[in-house]
Design a protein around this ligand. Sequence first.
Ligand SMILES: Cc1ncc(COP(=O)(O)O)c(C=O)c1O
Length: 322
Amino acid sequence: MEMSHRGKAFSSILAQAQSDLRELLAIPDNYKVMFLQGGGTSQFSALPLNLTKAGDTVDYIVTGSWSKKAAQEAQAYGLKVNVAAKGDMASVPDRASWKLSDNATYACYCDNETIQGVEFKAPPEVGDTLLVADMSSNFCSKPVDVSKYGVIFAGAQKNIGPAGVVVVIAREDLLGKSRQETPTVMDYQTMQDSLHNTPPCWSIYMCGLIFSHMLKGGGIEAYARKNRGKAQVLYSAIENSDGFYHSPVARANRSNMNAPFTIPRSQDLEKEFIAAATKQGLTELKGHRSVGGMRASIYNSMPDEGVEALVAFMKDFANKHA
Ligand SMILES: Cc1ncc(COP(=O)(O)O)c(C=O)c1O
């Protein structure tokens, strides 16, 4: 923590973290990899500031709370914010119903809605429009074709490291176009080497350890396989509960990271479920306050045994209350 951020030791930590992430996600050479501060939320402002001029049109595809917040934040920058698609927050709206603009500077979406548990299984089709993605809650959980994107950003705290750092992967030709009023620490051109000011050195070090651990553990495909397997076990338990549990999310869009579920019979039973689970060491199962119910977050570091323990508890609880 006391290392100079321009010293040899930290420079090599930063370079290694960047190159390991590049290897992990096969990031093409014409993309910059930045570790910035301010979390995922900072990018809701950084995007318009770096990519647009006042008066531009931007498209947002709203599938849950985070894409909604991103679209709201963009309103502050004198843009024509077109919500091109807004679903029921439990599915990705049918592509045919989207109303994308002809002249949007970018189209922004959230690849995994952490609260609602709605995940895109492929990048959305937006024609020639620059595609921008918030991957905060499924970053490094599966392979991603970076070349399809202008900018990808991800708060670190789900799969790769401590809160506060946000990874920004931006295509080189998009740098250097920021608005004059862009705060320096948000300006991609200035921040591209992550060294304009003191970066979050410790957090970058931690992210670097995770990237290296993931490479040694079989790389991104191995993690994606494991994540699909865990999600399959959990959703099957919900499906096979004779309606005791319910997943509100459309099957095709169910997230491999966050699985919200309810007990349709009664909210009191949900409370009892959460309390009894917590007693058994199965913690953090309460759904987000805006949606209620339960939510099992099964990020990369959740082992198979964790999901199996939850599923066993779910079966037992359902039997007791059948
Ligand atoms: C999908 C998504 N986007 C953005 C954010 C905001 O990230 P932060 O809290 O790091 O600002 C979160 C936080 O959980 C998130 O899940």
